[in-house]
Ligand binder design. Structure first.
Ligand code: SF4
Length: 249
């Protein structure tokens, strides 16, 4: 990309805001206990439940129902038409998303027309529960914290699917989600852009000046919407040795 790429308005943009109307509810079903166990032990750095050991497996089983009962999921989506794509940023309305890698991906999408932003949280009760557990069992509290991370990611996956389905209704496709603090999108600048687009945030969710969130088990993310998306992520263009890689080079 040599200069800013201006985004033409393809004419059906008027439909898009309705698709991503603020406060559109998102149903959230937690994963089954076996799936949660598998993902929890991986989050803890173990390749399998067997490798994690019986104490961890038992703790996940014992905590499953309680953790699910503590869920207080809330979500919020927004849609903003893209104005332009620069070499190092995506511009939409008053917002600048400073990521050269995702701007590059947007530039090779066909008719990249919109920026979806969303925020999801599994709520404050689960945070309080993890703290309560730490007073009686550090193992339970550690396992519960990993379970909560998995539940928040599972909710973010559901939000991404929800956005993709809404875009498909309008004949559009979404890239994969990308979050502040990952890839080359700085945490503070990314959260500033997100909180401009999602104002107010879902009930109970706060973004600190540092970009960190309260409750901790929350996810914010963007997706680029386009008529055709040749790759879901910019990883295929990237040579970096990165733990978050989602596509081969
Ligand atoms: S490999 Fe990592 S740094 Fe490179 S585009 Fe993918 S997520 Fe970003």
């Amino acid at each position: 990309m040599d200069a800013a790429m201006r985004i033409p308005n393809p004419g059906d943009q008027a439909k898009a805001p309705g698709l991503m109307a603020k406060n559109r509810p998102l149903e959230f079903a937690p994963p089954g206990s076996d799936e949660l166990l598998e993902k929890t032990v991986r989050t803890m750095g173990c390749p399998s439940p067997e490798a994690a050991g019986p104490a961890v497996v038992r703790a996940v089983g014992d905590l499953y129902e309680t953790m699910c009962s503590w869920l207080e999921p809330a979500s919020l989506f927004s849609w903003t038409q893209l104005d332009s794509i620069e070499k190092g940023a995506i511009l939409a309305g008053d917002v600048r998303v400073p990521s050269a890698k995702w701007a590059r991906l947007a530039s090779i999408c066909e008719d990249a027309t919109g920026l979806v932003a969303f925020a999801v949280t599994i709520g404050t009760r689960i945070e309080a529960g993890i703290k309560e557990l730490s007073e009686t069992s550090l193992v339970s509290s550690y396992v519960a914290d990993a379970m909560a991370s998995v539940l928040a990611e599972h909710f973010a996956d559901a939000a991404e699917d929800h956005a993709a389905a809404s875009l498909a209704d309008a004949g559009l496709h979404g890239t994969s989600r990308f979050s502040p603090g990952y890839c080359d999108l700085p945490l503070e600048a990314g959260q500033k852009a997100l909180t401009t687009l999602l104002d107010p945030l879902p009930a109970g969710l706060r973004v600190m000046p540092s970009g960190l969130m309260r409750p901790r088990k929350s996810v914010t993310a963007f997706l680029v919407a386009a008529r055709h998306v040749p790759h879901k992520t910019p990883c295929f263009l990237c040579a970096r040795d990165c733990p978050h890689r989602r596509e081969p080079r």
